[in-house]
Write a protein that binds this ligand. Structure first.
Ligand SMILES: NC(=O)c1ccc[n+]([C@@H]2O[C@H](COP(=O)([O-])OP(=O)(O)OC[C@H]3O[C@@H](n4cnc5c(N)ncnc54)[C@H](OP(=O)(O)O)[C@@H]3O)[C@@H](O)[C@H]2O)c1
Length: 279
């Protein structure tokens, strides 16, 4: 879909991290923004920044794990800006622990935020998009959704769900003017768990070298413009690795061992628990 000045977008997870960069990039295209996350002050700071692009922007502080708030988010965005042309389901929570120790509430949270909120927001905006004959939805998944991730089992599960949600709905929407895409970044240099490892001294797996936020944002914009189904944002060796896993699912464990990913996350967890027990 062409991105025209004056289009309206809802961006979730817009208070920090990758979401703030997506918001700025869309504002740079002249898109009006509804910025969604829980932290009102941080959203307001992002709102002030995007106003420099001469767009309208509203903040919608909201907890997307509360189902009742989801329709209200779309309602408020559309009352303030007008119909939604672009929905970016970016809000996500990342947690790591051995599965048997993964808190039950955290499992529930992962599913509610990473998967269910994206599905329900899409369900709310889709009828209007179909009626108006335009719209694009972007789901922020992860490499974890492509190859699984040890010690991040619920997280990876939600991201794999997001991938199949996208591809199933995309097939359904094939003959309509509404598009849907999924972005699968590997570790991102600047934000999240990978960025936090800096102070730990844990050796990074060479094959899973991090990507950058700029590349993730560029993928989002390209996905909308070219209606791309899925974009994996990572270094070159990652693509054959994901392909190998698709062809021979039994290689998953080997892939994580061979790339050093299992060791990497295990060592990060060990450092984190060491820090906790020393504090
Ligand atoms: N960083 C990476 O290495 C990486 C790699 C692959 C994929 N991703 C995906 O990219 C997306 C953004 O990641 P990030 O690294 O930018 O994460 P981040 O810095 O932790 O930001 C997460 C965003 O989600 C919002 N959020 C969290 N819980 C929420 C809730 N209950 N309701 C509403 N909003 C909520 C946060 O705002 P509040 O706390 O203010 O609510 C924040 O704006 C996520 O979906 C993540 O899984 C990240």
């Amino acid at each position: 879909m062409k991105i025209f000045r004056g289009y309206n977008a809802i961006v979730t997870g817009a208070s920090r991290g990758i979401g703030t960069h997506i918001a700025r990039a869309l504002a740079g295209e002249g898109v009006h923004l509804a910025l969604v996350a829980r932290s009102a002050d941080a959203l307001e700071a992002v709102r002030k920044q995007v106003l420099e692009h001469d767009v309208k922007a509203v903040i919608i502080p909201s907890d997307l794990t509360i189902t009742a708030e989801l329709e209200a988010v779309v309602d408020k965005a559309e009352k303030e800006l007008g119909p939604t042309d672009i929905l970016i389901n970016n809000a996500g929570v990342e947690f790591a622990a051995p599965y048997e120790e993964y808190p039950v509430d955290q499992i529930r949270l992962d599913v509610q935020l990473n998967l269910l909120a994206a599905m329900l927001l899409t369900h709310t905006v889709l009828p209007g998009m179909l009626q108006r004959g335009r719209g694009h939805i972007v789901n922020m998944s992860s490499l974890a959704g492509k190859i699984g991730f040890p010690y991040q089992t619920p997280y990876a599960t939600t991201k794999a769900g997001l991938n199949m949600f996208t591809h199933s709905l995309r097939a359904e929407l094939a003959d309509t003017p509404v598009g849907i895409s999924v972005i699968c970044p590997g570790y991102v240099d600047d934000f999240g768990m990978f960025a936090n490892r800096d102070k730990t001294g844990v050796k990074v797996p060479k094959l899973l070298k991090p990507t950058t936020t700029d590349k993730v944002v560029a993928a989002v914009i390209r996905a909308i413009r070219k209606d791309v189904a899925e974009i994996t944002v990572n270094t070159i060796p990652v693509r054959p690795i994901t392909l190998l896993r698709e062809l021979i699912p039994g290689t998953t464990t080997y892939i994580h061992k061979m790339t050093g990913n299992t060791r990497f996350i295990r060592e990060l967890l060990a450092k984190a628990s060491h820090k906790k027990s020393n504090s």
